[in-house]
Design a binder for this molecule. Structure first.
Ligand code: MV4
Length: 671
């Protein structure tokens, strides 16, 4: 077994690998970029080495630099995690040549699965079922049309070099074929530099069922059952579970056998995943094989009670796998939800910023949280904005779903927008609970999963107002205790005044509207005039922003997180952000009217679309920013001209940075 391993990754997977290595008495080496200098995976490792600037291509993808660190640190092996170099055959080969063990499959196996059509040919030879179609070398359009008519419609054209859904075209009838083929080839060439395509029968409501496989260097190979990963958005997995709902013992055995055959076909070693499409009629077809440990591996660990990273380390060091197929059994049901700093109501735009408040559900036999961040860490534009993987387990699927709903409701994040409410909507959806799942689940239930953003309820307003009043009361008591005259009536914090109802007006900006809450001081509490009527409230502030409130006799526990004028109320699994409007403060100019246009998120300026001083109409694109592969165009707020751009193309800007000055065209008064 290795004395020391280097983890060539970051974030939650790096922390997760370190946790297992430490448990096994293996020392760990982390690598980090400038952006990760204070990251958890650096703090958890025994040693950590700086490898470059934030951009992955200048740090975590620098194979030679990472290999050099492995040699310099005396690491005997490198764990690549997932993403980055985990399926880079060249890196695996370079490790082997340098005498460093790559904790993963042989480089030949990685190469074999690198091309979709090559992978399909290997699987066909191994009698692994493929979707009926054509994946040969003949790309003559006339020949392909004949093949397409043979396969039948609807038909799917896929770029052989593609992946993750890129370069796919559905053809519903023969007369559309030629145009779809040329379009798919154009996209494939543009996207992957290779216009080779394959064609398949299009499955209209498939499920994504993947089988975890494992093989050692002594020729043993087995599977560790299936995971259902059908709930995806733009080919990004959102929720994964094991075992798959409705899976029969017979079908599981068939798919497991096919997956092991796939692994053996490429002399596999280590952890791998064979992905299948499962059709409504129970037919299943090889989709692709991932030659790495998957993000969602914890659900398999939770139902088998195994540590797959420990298996990886043992197998990579030459040991035989710790179990045989017959010894593996499924226990209970596990579900994983990927918690991201992204805004589901803005097309899942990444939400970048500081995790000012992060409180996770208690971990126990039913709840596991794999995370690479803590409260106070930054979610940056440089990497995948994952906050954590929330994994729950219970004796059956219904109980596991209840655990998931509860854990999501307890998952508190302030400082970035997250997808926890969206995930909760999926977990609570009747179709999900009934196991009616396929790859178009999110599209099919879009209206239920993306509800309109609601305005603050009376309950939310009452909690915000109460928190402000309790804070005032605490401050008054502090002032009194610090005063030479602590019993002065001016130190009273109960708003007591002679002969009239002393009250206070609070103004809350809630989205596009401002709501006023009038607070009347009363013995022991306050009467609040809320949109829905008046309510007597009282309460106390607890630790970590908790507030224990009595709202008209109803006891409520919530969390209130304050930051400047913003007040975030975390209550009943939802978070509502209000901004306290202080009339005395400087007016909030409309930034566009003032000619200032600021960056809506941190990112990089990728294009300047207008010329300084040249008149443009309202809505004309002025500048394009990019963050996490999403583009955001800054348009002219009105007729006028750019007076000055403050950044050049290539500049990295923070959220709120003033990008340009825009001179609005003065309205001509017609007399
Ligand atoms: C398909 C398919 C339907 N029929 N192939 C999407 C990306 C790549 N993993 C393969 N994908 C698909 N291939 C045939 N013949 C539907 C999908 C698909 C999908 C597959 C798995 C998980 C999510 C998906 C989302 C959209 C489409």
């Amino acid at each position: 077994m290795f004395d020391k391993i280097l983890i060539a990754n970051r974030g939650e997977i790096a922390c997760r690998v370190i946790r297992t290595a430490r448990r096994m008495g293996i020392r760990t080496v982390s690598v980090y970029s400038d952006a990760d200098a204070e990251a958890q995976h650096v703090k958890l490792a025994d040693e950590a080495y700086h490898i470059g600037p934030p951009a992955a291509r200048e740090s975590y993808l620098l194979a030679d630099v990472i290999l050099d660190v492995a040699l310099k640190s005396g690491a005997g092996a490198v764990h690549p995690g997932y993403g980055f170099l985990s399926e880079n055959a060249g890196f695996a080969e370079a490790c082997a040549k340098a005498g460093i063990v790559f904790i993963g499959p042989p480089c030949e196996a990685i190469r074999a699965m690198g091309s979709k059509s090559a992978a399909k040919q290997i699987m066909e030879a191994a009698c692994v079922p493929l979707v009926p179609g054509y994946h040969g070398q003949n790309q003559d359009p006339a020949f392909l049309r004949v093949e397409a008519d043979r396969i039948g419609y609807p038909l799917l054209i896929k770029a052989s070099a593609g992946g993750g859904g890129k370069g796919m075209r559905v053809v519903w009838k023969g007369s559309d074929f030629e145009e779809a083929l040329s379009g798919a080839k154009r996209e494939a060439m543009a996207g992957f530099g290779d216009d080779h395509v394959l064609m398949e029968k299009y499955l209209t409501r498939p499920r994504h069922i993947e089988i975890q496989v494992f093989a050692d260097s002594q020729g043993n190979a087995l599977h560790l059952f299936e995971r259902d990963c059908s709930i995806q958005r733009r080919h990004q997995k959102v929720i994964e579970e094991a075992p798959a709902s409705g899976m029969t013992t017979e079908l599981r055995a068939q798919m497991g056998k096919a997956a092991v055959a796939a692994a053996r076909a490429i002399n596999y070693e280590g952890a791998g995943t064979v992905e299948f499409l499962l059709d409504e009629d129970g037919s299943f077809y090889f989709m692709e094989m991932n030659t790495r440990l998957q993000v969602e591996h914890p659900v398999t660990e939770m139902i088998t009670g195994l540590d797959l990273v420990e298996w990886q380390l043992r197998v990579a060091s030459g040991e035989t796998m710790p179990c045989t197929q017959e010894q593996l059994v499924i226990g209970g049901h596990a579900i994983e939800a990927r918690i991201y700093a992204e805004d589901p109501n803005r097309e899942f735009l990444p939400s970048i910023g500081k995790l000012r408040h992060l409180r996770t559900p208690a971990e126990n036999a039913h709840v596991r949280i794999d995370s690479g961040v803590r409260q106070g860490d930054e979610v940056s534009i440089h990497y995948d904005p994952m906050i954590a993987k929330l994994v729950v387990w219970d004796s059956d699927r219904s109980a596991a779903i209840r655990r998931l709903q509860q854990a999501l409701a307890e998952f508190q994040v302030v400082g970035v927008t997250t997808n926890t409410v969206f995930l909760g909507s999926v977990a609570a959806h009747p179709a999900f609970i009934a196991g009616e799942i396929d790859t178009s689940f999110i599209e099919r239930h879009r209206s239920a999963l993306f509800p309109e953003v609601a305005i603050a309820s009376d309950r939310i307003l009452a909690l915000a107002a109460l928190d402000l009043m309790l804070e005032q009361s605490d401050l008054a008591l502090q002032r009194a205790s610090a005063s030479a005259d602590p019993y002065s009536p001016w130190h009273q914090s109960n708003g007591w005044r002679l002969n009239f109802d002393n009250h206070h007006e609070l103004y809350f900006i809630d989205g596009e509207q401002t709501t006023t809450v009038v607070v009347h001081y009363r013995p022991g509490g306050y009467v609040l005039d809320l949109p829905g009527g008046s309510l007597f409230v009282r309460g106390e502030r607890g630790a970590g922003g908790d507030i224990l409130a009595d709202l008209g006799g109803m006891r409520v526990k919530a969390t209130v997180v304050r930051h400047g004028n913003t007040i975030t109320i975390l209550d009943q699994g939802k978070s509502h952000l209000l901004t306290r409007h202080d009339p005395g403060a400087a007016g909030d100019e409309d930034e566009a009217a003032a000619g200032r246009l600021t960056a809506p998120m941190p990112g990089k300026v990728v294009a300047i679309m207008a010329e300084v001083g040249v008149r443009v109409g309202r809505g004309t694109p002025l500048l394009i920013m990019e963050a996490m592969k999403m583009e955001h165009t800054i348009n002219a707020p009105c007729d006028g001209a750019v007076a000055e751009f403050h950044f050049e193309v290539g500049a990295v800007v923070n959220e709120g940075a003033e990008l340009l000055n825009f001179a609005a065209e003065v309205e001509k008064t017609v007399v």
